[in-house]
Write a protein that binds this ligand. Structure first.
Ligand code: ATP
Length: 685
């Protein structure tokens, strides 16, 4: 075999020329002289091509022949290189997430497309790659560069657009295995260098594998570390993109929202959380908003912010339990706005309409208002709505609950104090709620729980319209409307000497009674549906029977109890249609019916009009000594306003028997049980 001593490399660009020369020097023994020429970097063609000419591509050969008018002399062996991507830098792109949109930037269409092909050939097929090169039309450019900020380039960094955030320069493509093989043969070195060549190649692959495993180990260690850190945070955290798809969350978030699944990555917020209000809050674009939620008898404050380098949102769930920060935030929040308006007060019963009308009229005045009503009837809702539709609606609305704060704390909260007024007082002093609410409304909830000392101070505010901070001698005028609320019998407390008469009459100037739910059962249907809507984004339908059953209950916990029931039924439902079977049995409710009624009135046993009609017919037929069979019952129904087929009657009879109102027997028709008779007696009585 002829042994050659001179090899000429001809490339287009200087960059490719340098990279290929380094590669050749690695494989070709030093006894072979290598001369390299980039067409971009020389002014005239080489005069001596040696024994073998290696072109970096067929385009370069054509350029030399056509543009430079230079032919390779006969007898010189020509090799056109096949090139593949440089494995050394491949680890950087292997770790990009699947389906990431990435531009492949090169100097021409062919080389960009070839680069993509080469990447796919070596198994980089998990990315969405788009060829990008200088000659691309503006329209195509804007199409492919939309929503992407990552590019890969084979050493053409200068052609990458400015807005691209991450550029992976994988260097010029190198000679592939068969090309080096061909070259070694052409320079007569294949036999002596074959082993060296294959060892070098395998070494490169091992280095790459090591790099990848190092990167993945590093990533998994980092992941583990980050998981430990975010799981250790006291608040719930969830990160999601603009479509609501979760990328990161911590354990606290899962626990707070009772989510059993461990890995929520890739899951959509709206498919995971059924509380409609929360989903809407998380998905809206207002970042300065906050939301308070009642979750598992805890109050949770939800806030969010946007990550700066992408469109991901981080939502933070701050629990009330053990959280000083929450209390401070909540105070600030309550201090600035009233959440509800009259539109949020559900109920069109005449009693509710009357109450709302009175409230709207009182709202227009400056009178002090006393709201009296059982727990959960919506007193806070009314206070908030009154403030919002009053002339001071734009001023602050502050709420303070007397049942949850100690006497001392109430005093300092309401009236404030001077710097160092008592041990533990802040050095800066504190502005009281009356002063903070200037021009607005202060809501004194559970006023029946206030001490006589605080009552005396409140009376002073009402009479004199002025406050004095603790530790101060200065009197400060205040202009604040007071709305107080109580579920206690204040008259009784007055008799027992626990509530000041003068304060009672001062507060009672605008008196309002908020009716309990049992006195306005017509509102249950609307309330039930409305509460479902605030709890879930899913479309839930409700059987009429459910509402009838709920109207049979007295609701000692009022709307709050109904709201809890809705959450409970939604959590336990099997499908999106609620039936009587979804209504829990008596054990769930705060109070059962009165003992003597317990046997015949049960929530699940509420009777529909057709059931009552059939019971009455069975009773009447028995009086006339007739057998109550399906046929005669169906005929009787034809004469009434409720027409029932025999098939329908069979279903009703089965149901009545199951509920214990009748007994069926073959041949002798149905008869009423003691329970069934009681219903008819009650109906007739
Ligand atoms: N008419 C109504 N329409 C819609 N929601 C209501 C209505 N009444 C009460 N609610 C809801 O019921 C819950 C209890 O209401 P609220 O806290 O205003 O009652 P309350 O009378 O102030 O109770 P408490 O005396 O125990 O403080 C709240 O979630 C409120 O939004």
């Amino acid at each position: 075999m002829q042994v050659c001593r001179k090899l000429t490399l001809i490339t287009g660009s200087v960059g490719t020329c340098n990279a290929l020369k380094v590669q050749l020097e690695e494989y070709i023994p030093t006894c072979v002289t290598i001369q390299a020429y980039p067409l971009d970097g020389i002014s005239k063609p080489p005069s001596d091509f040696g024994d073998v000419v290696l072109f970096s591509s067929s385009l370069v050969k054509r350029e030399l022949e056509e543009d430079w008018n230079c032919m390779i002399p006969k007898g010189v062996q020509i090799i056109i290189a096949d090139r593949t991507i440089n494995y050394e830098f491949i680890d950087r792109i292997v770790l990009l997430s699947p389906k990431t949109k990435v531009l492949f930037v090169s100097d021409a269409k062919e080389s960009a497309e070839e680069g993509i092909r080469a990447l796919k050939e070596v198994g980089i097929d998990h990315l969405d790659l788009y060829p990008y090169y200088p000659g691309l039309s503006n329209c195509e450019k804007s199409k492919i560069t939309k929503d992407t900020d990552i590019a890969i380039t084979p050493g053409e960094k200068d052609k990458v657009l400015d807005h691209i955030r991450k550029v992976y320069d994988i260097g010029p493509r190198l000679l592939d295995f068969p090309t080096i093989f061909k070259l070694l043969r052409a320079v007569g070195q294949l036999e002596t260098r074959a082993r060296h060549f294959s060892i070098k190649y395998i070494q490169k692959i091992i280095i790459l594998a090591k790099k990848l495993s190092h990167s993945t180990n590093y990533i998994s260690e980092l992941n583990h570390h980050l998981t430990t850190v975010i799981d250790g945070i006291e608040d719930g955290l969830v990160v999601f993109d603009s479509r609501g798809i979760i990328s990161v969350h911590n354990e606290k978030f899962r626990k707070m929202l009772d989510i059993p699944a461990l890995n929520l990555r890739g899951v959509k917020i709206s498919e995971l959380i059924y509380n409609k209000k929360l989903v809407e809050f998380l998905m809206n674009h207002r970042l300065d908003d906050e939301l308070t939620l009642d979750i598992n008898s805890d109050k949770v404050l939800v806030s969010k912010f946007k990550l700066t380098d992408n469109d991901h949102i981080v939502a933070r769930f701050l629990s009330h339990k053990n959280s000083v920060e929450y209390k401070e935030k909540e105070n600030i929040k309550q201090g600035h706005f009233a959440k509800y308006t009259f539109e949020n007060i559900v109920g069109e019963s005449s009693l509710m309409n009357q109450t709302k009308n009175i409230a709207k009229k009182l709202a227009k005045t400056e009178l002090t208002i006393l709201l009296h009503g059982e727990s959960g009837t919506g007193k806070e809702l009314f206070a908030s709505a009154i403030h919002n539709s009053s002339p001071m609606g734009d001023a602050p609305f502050l709420a303070v609950n007397f049942s949850s704060l100690s006497d001392d704390l109430i005093e300092s909260e309401l009236f404030g104090y001077e710097p160092g007024a008592f041990t533990g007082a802040s050095k800066k002093g504190k502005l009281g709620l009356f002063e903070q609410a200037e021009g607005g409304t202060i809501f004194l909830d559970e006023i029946g729980d206030s001490s006589l000392k605080v009552q005396a101070k409140l009376l002073r505010v009402l009479q004199e319209k002025e406050v004095m901070r603790i530790g101060d001698t200065k009197i400060r005028p205040v202009n604040v409307r007071i709305i107080a609320a109580t579920n206690q019998d204040l008259k009784m407390l007055m008799k027992q000497g626990q509530f000041r008469k003068d304060l009672y009459y001062r507060l009672k100037m605008g008196y309002m009674k908020i009716p309990p739910l049992r006195q306005r059962k017509e509102d249950i249907s609307e309330l039930f549906n409305q509460l479902i809507d605030t709890e879930t984004t899913e479309k839930i339908t409700v059987d009429k029977e459910v509402i009838l059953a709920l109207q049979n209950y007295d609701w000692p916990g009022n709307v709050r109890e109904l709201r809890n029931l809705v959450s409970y039924m939604l959590a336990l439902r099997d499908c999106n249609h609620l039936t009587i079977d979804d209504v829990p049995s008596w054990g769930y409710f705060e109070e059962g019916p009165k003992i003597e009624e317990q046997e015949e009135i049960n929530l699940k046993d509420a009777l529909s009009d057709s059931e009552l009609f059939i019971l009455q017919c069975i009773y009447d037929l028995k009086e006339e000594n007739k057998t109550a069979g399906r046929k005669i019952l169906s005929e009787l129904s034809k004469q009434s306003s409720i027409y029932l087929t025999e098939g329908k009657i069979r279903t009703i009879l089965d149901r009545l028997e199951k509920k214990g109102y009748i007994l069926k027997s073959k041949g002798s028709g149905s008869v009423l049980t003691k329970k069934g008779k009681k219903v008819i007696d009650g109906n007739q009585g």
